[in-house]
Design a protein around this ligand. Structure first.
Ligand code: MTE
Length: 329
């Protein structure tokens, strides 16, 4: 973990931490040398670093160590930072993909607290600083698949939500976790619009929330989250459609009842509670069998086949053993 606290808990980039042109050139040189025969895995991991060095490092640095969680990093090529931070869904700031990047500057991310409530031994208000310090930051390169049929590959920074859940000690009666996000009409211009019931609420079964892949996310591409991506903290659940990954979380509630989630309330015939990525279960209005990878959308770019559980089946398939996934969509 590489985080140094300042007043709002975030880190300042040290000049020594910013990739210099010389280091960057060295990496390119090394890549060329390694391309001649070094092990693919090593090369791929350098390719990731190299790709990141090309990102405009404008945000506050937040670096995570490489995660040890099984399946936490794919070798897929990273989506460019500029795409991941300008093609967004964050309806509190507008429904067009370009709206959040344009409008989310009004979001006030400090001070920030997350209320822990419900069936739990240690409820309370946890500040962002508390949460940043709670566990070591990890970098995880996850595939993200939106229900609308596009996907991205993003290096997120955070730690397993399970770390937080263990600290707050849920009661045995807690079967679900509800994630509530900020709804502040003063700073979020579309809160109050009729597209959804606000606040935006998401939920997971307890075992899904406890799965090590479920990430409490504070950063991406080695920096704190841009506001349009859900600053200062959000959820990322890589085997579920993107809308399960609630942004700008303010409350985590433990409950014995399945939470009424924003999209399943708005359009129950289209969006269920589970929303696992599943190429075999179509959305009522379109197929879910293929996806367009953002950045690969040239004239001749082929769509990719969507993978069961977004490719995370070896890690999460067991959570759904014996369930009819057409019924529990
Ligand atoms: N969280 C909130 N609070 N509001 C939203 O509108 N959109 C969801 C999810 N989290 C949304 C949200 C949807 S539909 C997707 S696909 C992902 O955020 C997009 O995350 P990204 O913009 O970081 O790619």
């Amino acid at each position: 973990m590489l985080i140094k606290t300042r007043d709002d808990g975030y880190t300042h980039p040290q000049s020594s931490e910013i990739t210099s042109q010389a280091v960057y050139q060295d990496r390119r040189q090394l890549m060329r040398l390694m391309a001649g025969g070094a092990a693919g895995a090593v090369l791929a991991s350098w390719a990731v670093r190299d790709a990141r060095a090309q990102m405009p490092g404008q945000g506050t640095k937040l670096v995570g160590r490489t995660s040890a969680v099984s399946g936490a990093s794919t070798m897929d090529k990273l989506t460019e930072f500029k795409d991941a931070s300008s093609y967004n869904n964050f309806y509190e700031f507008g429904t067009d993909k370009s709206d959040p990047a344009r409008n989310a500057h009004t979001l006030k991310t400090a001070p920030w607290t997350v209320a822990i409530e419900g069936l739990v031994k240690k409820p309370g208000n946890y500040t962002l600083e508390d949460l940043l310090k709670l566990s070591a930051m990890e970098e995880r390169i996850y595939r993200m698949r939106c229900v609308e049929g596009w996907s991205m590959v993003i290096p997120w920074v955070g730690y397993s939500v399970a770390e937080l859940i263990r600290r707050v000690e849920p009661l045995g009666s807690a079967k679900y976790v509800e994630f509530v996000t900020l709804a502040d009409s003063k700073t979020m211009p579309y809160v109050g619009s009729r597209v959804l019931d606000w606040p935006y609420v998401e939920g997971l079964r307890m075992d899904e929330a406890m799965h090590p892949l479920t990430l409490l996310t504070f950063g991406m591409y080695g920096e704190v989250l841009p506001k349009q991506n859900g600053a200062p903290l959000r959820l990322v659940v890589p085997w579920k459609y993107g809308f399960k990954s609630g942004k700008s979380l303010v409350k985590i509630r433990f409950t014995d009842k399945q939470p009424a989630t924003a999209w399943s309330v708005a359009a129950p015939q289209e969006y269920g509670f589970y929303s696992n990525v599943n190429p075999l279960v179509d959305h009522p209005r379109w197929s879910q069998a293929a996806e367009r990878r953002i950045g690969e959308d040239g004239l001749f770019a082929k769509k990719r086949k969507t993978l069961m559980f977004n490719g995370y089946e070896p890690q999460v398939g067991q959570l759904y053993a014996g369930m009819d996934l057409k019924k529990y969509y």
